[in-house]
Design a protein around this ligand. Structure first.
Ligand code: AMP
Ligand code: GLY
Length: 427
């Protein structure tokens, strides 16, 4: 079959790598893709916000399935528009994508379904929001309702900071995404990213990962899309996984079906594992980036077969197999990220780096200039390695990084520290 993948990051390179390995695949296209994706797929310069152009491309190239990487096209209804044009799509409808597109919608749904999450209020005017914030314990969390590329969350340590965040949000910092605000209780615990594959009624666990959100070592510096990840996540024991499925995932799948907006695709639950149990921080309607990269290297089953089973509503007859290995990825970013990254610098030594045992290099923001590889984004490379333990995977990833010649890049040197400390104290 022919597949079109939408997106251009490290997540999409990992998805392309997994789909390219499927015996079901004839031809893989990716729009718009990047230099790494071009090694496993044909990249096409389509505008992915132009759904009519996507549908026309699919017809011309006999595309049997479209796989959507990022959230924005889903929230904009790409699955609805392509489905209406008779094209099979992996990813939720516009209505189902509200699980990521509106934090207020999701909080109300959790309340109605009894899903454990932080206590909250929803506001569309600053005075009421500030009055509510002042009554909360500190720190208090202020969030823009809509999509804000991961920048719409402020954990305010003082009421003055909360008020500043409220004013910034209503002042238009996040455009339409900030026209409504959610204010919520701060949850204390260990974070984990949990993934499930969903066909509208059945949910299959895809495993868990832990991400490092801050830019610098020691979990310092600004928030980013994620500077590294590893899987499995030690905090997600089999018992905790079953609790998350029973208390969060299965209720939301049933709740979305009952509203007449069944959820199909990957559901990503951002969790806080608290002393009382798992609590939902947020849902995302897609794979995490860079969590996807580690999950794809752990997946033994055919990703394309699993995705088709989810599209066709037959996951109840499906099971997934996983490698026992741990996988860890380190993000190499361009200096300036997450602000304004330096673009256009040359990266050398990737071929030599990729020879380290167990290593795959996924490209997140690269382009080719003749034979030169050029950095073309904030997050640029994901150096991903498998090992028997997180410690071994970490050592391999950093050995590969040492072979890469890119003075204008930076990366965290402590990815996996929590799991590695656990492994050290267990041995
Ligand atoms: P979100 O975009 O909702 O995932 O929030 C970004 C990050 O902010 C999360 O990964 C958490 O680290 C943090 N965060 C969001 N909401 C809360 C909360 N209620 N309590 C503690 N941390 C939070
Ligand atoms: N790494 C977190 C995310 O993809 O949102």
């Amino acid at each position: 079959m022919n597949v079109l993948l939408l997106g251009s990051g490290g997540r999409e390179h990992a998805l392309a790598w997994a789909i390219a390995a499927s015996p079901l695949l004839d031809k893989l296209y990716c729009a718009p893709g990047n230099a790494g994706i071009a090694e496993v797929a044909t990249c096409v310069p389509l505008d992915i916000t132009d759904h009519a152009a996507l549908a026309a491309f699919c017809k011309e190239n006999r595309i049997d399935l479209v796989v959507v990487g990022p959230e924005a096209p889903l929230v904009a209804g790409v699955a609805d528009d392509l489905t209406a044009a008779g094209i099979k799509v992996f990813g939720p409808s516009r209505e189902a994508a509200r699980l990521e597109g509106s934090k207020g919608f999701t909080k109300d749904l959790c309340r109605d379904l009894g899903i454990p999450t932080a206590a909250y209020g929803r506001f569309s005017d600053a005075a009421a929001a500030k009055a509510f914030a002042r009554k909360q314990k500190l720190p208090v969390v202020v969030k823009a309702d809509g999509l804000a590329a991961g920048k719409g969350v402020v954990i305010a340590e003082t009421y003055a900071e909360a008020e500043e965040a409220i004013d910034a949000c209503f002042g238009g910092t996040f455009g339409a995404a900030g026209a409504e605000i959610v204010i919520e209780e701060f949850l204390d615990g260990e974070e984990a990213s949990f993934f499930a594959l969903i066909d509208g009624k059945t949910a299959l666990p895809l495993g868990a990962a832990q991400d490092h959100k801050r830019a610098f070592d020691g979990d310092k510096g600004p928030n980013t899309g994620g500077m590294g990840a590893y899987s499995p996540a030690p905090v997600m024991t089999p018992e905790m996984t079953e609790r998350v499925m029973a208390e969060i995932i299965r209720p939301v799948v049933a709740g979305m079906a009952a509203r007449g907006t069944p959820y199909k695709g990957v559901l990503f639950a951002g969790l806080m594992i608290t002393p009382e149990g798992p609590k939902l921080i947020e849902f995302n309607v897609r794979f995490g980036d860079p969590e996807c990269q580690v999950l794809m290297m752990r997946l033994k089953s055919d990703l394309l077969a699993a995705v088709l089973a989810a599209c066709d509503g037959v996951l109840d007859n499906f099971s997934l197999r996983w490698h026992d290995d741990a996988v860890l990825t380190v993000v190499m970013a361009a200096q300036g990220y997450p602000g304004t990254p330096v673009k256009g610098t040359e990266i050398r030594g990737l071929e030599h780096a990729a020879q380290v045992e167990g290593v795959e290099i996924f490209h997140a923001g690269t382009r080719r200039d003749g034979s030169r590889l050029i950095a073309n984004g904030g997050r640029v490379l994901n150096i991903t390695a498998r090992g028997r333990t997180v410690t071994e995977a970490r050592d391999r990833a950093y050995e590969a990084i040492a072979r890469i010649d890119w003075a204008e890049g930076f990366y965290r040197k402590d990815i996996g520290w929590r799991a590695i400390a656990r492994e050290r104290s267990a041995s």
